[in-house]
Ligand binder design. Structure first.
Ligand code: AMP
Length: 131
């Protein structure tokens, strides 16, 4: 199992933001801004465009719901959706609350936050998601 499958299965801890039977959302451990979230399919699939049309449709619907929760928890101009990176071989959508395009610059220095703050951020998004 790859690392994100283990996270979705609860075998590796994460800061859970949202979930359903097919998808899981958790905080990126190296966030660009507070509320930077990763959305993954529980199913082990590397490349997002290898997903079937109906699955990718449900994935986007789930990501949209998570983005709404992020925007409610962390008011912003828009929530950016970004798919990039070759680091982890498991499909993942980055959702990033942005005040400006500079917030989505992956070359910029990442935030380092204490555990308690990660937990508080995740709890806030989760509460907005399940509302
Ligand atoms: P990339 O493939 O470039 O999108 O990178 C994978 C992303 O996953 C990076 O933003 C990492 O900070 C993030 N990441 C990797 N491992 C973990 C983890 N265990 N928990 C949360 N985020 C992670």
């Amino acid at each position: 199992m790859d690392i994100f499958s283990k996270i979705a299965a609860g075998e590796i801890p994460s800061y859970k933001c949202a979930e359903n039977e097919e998808f899981y959302a958790f905080l990126d451990i190296n966030p660009l801004v507070k509320g930077h979230t990763l959305v993954i399919p529980r199913r082990e699939v590397d490349y997002i465009f290898d997903m079937e049309d109906d699955e990718i449709g449900r994935y986007q619907q789930f990501a949209k719901k998570v983005a709404k929760a992020i925007k409610e928890a962390f008011p912003c101009v828009k929530v950016a959706e970004v798919v990039l990176g070759l680091e982890v071989p498991h499909a993942h959508i980055h959702l990033i609350p942005m005040q400006s395009e500079a917030d989505v610059d992956f070359k910029r220095e990442k935030l380092s936050l204490p555990k308690e703050e990660f937990q508080a951020i995740a709890d806030k998004i989760y509460a907005a998601f399940v509302k």
